[in-house]
Design a protein. Structure first.
Length: 212
């Protein structure tokens, strides 16, 4: 298979998703830090890997892959992770859960977006935090309601973690980072508890990778 390399940043939600999937697949990889705080993602070396200047980038099977959802789909297809149901209707419903976070909440709550948007308004020490809470909490409340359509046992849609869990857990990390109130979301908190006890999620957690 060759050397698997993940160009990563410890607090990146998108990278966090891919780390979880790699752990679920039992794939050993070499992590290369792309320091988003220092702006390394905009440097020539990283732009050569990904013209968008984003993480993650995954080198695997002789391929260079970008975009976390595309990477998850590749790993699911080639490593039989069973992240999505086979039935087309159920597959679409689970994808809707994942996209509610990865497509709707995450992009607008990217820290660079929040900082730029709040820089256009009034000066306030906690404007990025206000921005994050404004978007994250309603999005998570909607996700909580959507979870009501499924049987939790104990993950989002059953007894094994899947695509929805992989997208949800990094967003919960961000929600807690920005002090979003999640206390009225018991289904979501139940999934968080289950994932916190799963080795693949533990290994991928930002706290395990934070600079010392």
């Amino acid at each position: 298979m060759g050397d698997v390399v993940l160009y990563d940043y410890w607090r990146s939600s998108a990278s966090y998703r891919v780390r979880i999937a790699l752990s679920l697949a039992g794939i050993d990889y070499r992590a290369v830090v792309v320091d988003l705080v220092e702006g390394a993602q905009k440097g020539a070396k990283h732009i050569a890997r990904n013209p968008q200047g984003f993480v993650p980038v995954l080198d695997i099977d002789g391929l260079r892959l970008t975009q976390s959802l595309a990477i998850l789909d590749y790993l699911d297809s080639t490593r039989q992770l069973n992240l999505l149901p086979v039935d087309a209707a159920e597959r679409a419903r689970v994808q809707a859960l994942a996209y509610a976070i990865a497509v709707d909440i995450h992009p607008v709550c990217n820290l660079s977006v929040a900082r730029h948007a709040t820089s256009l308004g009034k000066d306030a020490a906690d404007m990025p935090g206000d921005w994050m809470r404004h978007f994250i909490r309603p999005g998570m409340r909607a996700f909580e309601t959507m979870l009501g359509e499924f049987t939790q046992d104990p993950y989002c849609v059953g007894s094994q973690p899947g695509l929805a869990d992989i997208c949800l857990i990094p967003q919960i990390y961000n929600a807690r980072r920005w002090q979003v109130d999640l206390t009225d979301m018991p289904r979501l908190l139940g999934v968080e508890k289950a994932c916190a006890e799963h080795p693949a999620f533990v290994a991928a957690h930002p706290d395990a990778l934070a600079p010392q």
